[in-house]
Design a protein around this ligand. Structure first.
Ligand SMILES: N[C@H](CCC[C@H](N)C(=O)O)C(=O)O
Length: 306
């Protein structure tokens, strides 16, 4: 049944007519904010320039990421999930966005109930909305090979490099983790006062990371609690980063610093992260919120009389 529906959806995608008024929903996960558009119900295509303009917090709607809901390519998925940073770059994963994705499709009846199987650029996520409204995401397994980020280095348990920021050289040590998207995790003694914006921006531009990287600054409070701030690739420091929280906890567990279930406190609130070790997926649980609905007015297409 689902596959018949998805075959029809994929067929419709081939017939894509660009709508001139495109409905959107503004959502957030712990203050990491999103514009969500449903391309199954409202076929449209957006250029990276249009995405950048929509992401502008003064001239557009404003968001950290734009999330697109579309018909899946895989027969074992209910939906396709595409993610674009505010700078217009398309990326592989967004954890806070996945929780909002689940809320969106369930609230609108695009699917009757959990579990929801969601195809991304490089993995299959499973989303469950709990009775308390929180959403649990099976984020897939972390990867540590340099090629999985990518990271231009030989594989090690941790990496060291020198970064120039704020006019001086900083020798940094970081863990490299892929959650489908790349993360460099630094352990710091004082998260509140860490140079997240200056150092995060510089690390993100290092040639070590040919496709950029999300930079996490993790303070270990005890074996079950961390404080985390993330300078995100393509968005800057955000209120929260779901994949960043997963990457940080995985790095801490792998380094023997954390237990298997950790509460991560980000600027915008808390996420529960669980990882049972290599060969297991990372489970992330947290909230999702809808803020408002609106319409994007797209430029009329030449020759269509729209
Ligand atoms: N900036 C990330 C994508 C969004 C991740 C974040 N918002 C999350 O909740 O995981 C990247 O370029 O890989």
């Amino acid at each position: 049944m689902a596959d018949t529906r998805n075959r029809q959806r994929r067929h419709n995608r081939g017939q894509r007519q660009t709508s001139s008024r495109l409905p959107f929903t503004k959502m957030h996960g712990l203050g990491n904010d999103f514009v969500v558009i449903d391309l199954i119900s409202h076929p449209a295509s957006l250029s990276s320039e249009q995405i950048r303009e929509l992401g502008n917090r003064h001239r557009g709607i404003g968001f950290d990421q734009l999330l697109m809901i579309d018909a899946p390519n895989r027969p074992d998925a209910d939906f396709l999930y595409r993610i674009f940073n505010a700078d217009g770059s398309e990326v592989e994963h967004c954890g806070n966005g996945a929780r909002c994705f689940a809320k969106y499709v369930l609230d609108r009846g695009l699917i009757a109930n959990s579990p929801i199987h969601v195809e991304t650029a490089n993995r299959l996520l499973t989303l469950h909305r709990n009775t308390d409204g929180q959403v649990q995401v099976d984020m897939g397994e972390p990867e540590f090979t340099p090629a999985s980020l990518p990271l231009d280095a030989q594989q090690q348990d941790s990496y060291q490099t020198t970064v120039n920021a704020d006019g001086s050289d900083h020798l940094i040590e970081f863990y490299a983790v892929s959650m489908g998207n790349p993360h460099a995790v630094l352990v710091v003694s004082d998260c509140e006062n860490a140079p997240v914006k200056s150092l995060g921006a510089r690390i993100g531009k290092l040639p070590l990371f040919p496709q950029g990287v999300n930079v996490g600054f993790m303070e270990i409070q005890d074996r079950n609690h961390i404080r985390l701030r993330v300078f995100e690739r393509g968005a800057g420091e955000t209120e929260a980063c779901g994949t960043g929280a997963c990457a940080a906890v995985v790095a801490g567990i792998k380094a023997g610093l954390l237990n298997n279930t950790v509460t991560a406190t980000l600027n915008g609130g808390q996420l529960q992260i669980n990882w049972q070790g290599e060969g297991h997926p990372v489970l992330m649980t947290g909230p999702a919120a809808t803020v408002f609905e609106g319409h994007i007015t797209l430029p009329k297409r030449a020759g269509t009389g729209e």
